[in-house]
Design a protein around this ligand. Structure first.
Ligand code: FES
Length: 165
C-alpha cells in the first residue's frame, strides 16, 4: 500500500528538526498519523532530518508500542497474563489462530484481522479476556470464542458477499 507523504508529515518534521534527540517524538507522531510506521515515510523522514534509517528500525523494534505493519480492521488482543492463563487463555488463543488463520503478532493478508497476546488487560476477574478494537469480551471459553470469531468474519465480509448468504 502506497503511503502519501502528507503536509502533516512535513509539519511533524519541522517541529522536531533538532535531529536524533527528538526521534522518538517524531516516530510517535508518525505512528499517530498513519496508525503505524510506513517504510516509505521513515525513509523520507530519515532523509529530511538526516538520521540513518537503521536507527528508526532499532527504536521501532525495541519499543513494542511501535508497529512496522498496518493493523487489521479488527484488532483482537488475548490476555495471557497469569489470571487469564490459569483459566484457559491458551485454548482461547488456539481457537482464534484456527478461526482467523493467523498467529499472534500477525495480520491477515486481507487486512481484516490482527491477533495479539498481551500480559494483562487490567480486568483479571473477567478472564480469560479478549478485546476487539478495545471492546472487552470476558469469561471466554472455546465455544464463546468460536461464536465471536464467526461474527467477526461475517462483519469482515464485503457488503455484497454477506447479502448473498
Ligand atoms: S491477567 Fe488477564 S486481565 Fe489481568
Amino acid at each position: 500500500m502506497a503511503v502519501e507523504v502528507t503536509e502533516k508529515l512535513q509539519s511533524i518534521v519541522e517541529r522536531y528538526k533538532s535531529g536524533i534527540s527528538s526521534l522518538i517524538a517524531v516516530m510517535q507522531d508518525i505512528s499517530q498519523e498513519y496508525g503505524y510506521l510506513p517504510e516509505e515515510v521513515l525513509q523520507e523522514v530519515s532523509k529530511l532530518i538526516e538520521v540513518p534509517i537503521s536507527i528508526f528500525y532499532s527504536l521501532a523494534t525495541f519499543y513494542s508500542s511501535f508497529r512496522l505493519e498496518p493493523i487489521g480492521k479488527k484488532h483482537v488482543c488475548v490476555c495471557v497474563g497469569t489470571a487469564c492463563h490459569v483459566r484457559g487463555a491458551s485454548q482461547v488463543v488456539d481457537t482464534l489462530e484456527r478461526d482467523l488463520q493467523i498467529k499472534p503478532g500477525e495480520t491477515s493478508k486481507d487486512g481484516n484481522f490482527t491477533l495479539e497476546t498481551v500480559n494483562c488487560l487490567g480486568a483479571c476477574a473477567l478472564g480469560p479476556l479478549i478485546t476487539v478494537n478495545g471492546e472487552y469480551f470476558g469469561k471466554m471459553d472455546q465455544k464463546k470464542v468460536a461464536k465471536l470469531s464467526k461474527t467477526l468474519r461475517q462483519e469482515a465480509k464485503p457488503a455484497e458477499e454477506s447479502s448473498e448468504a
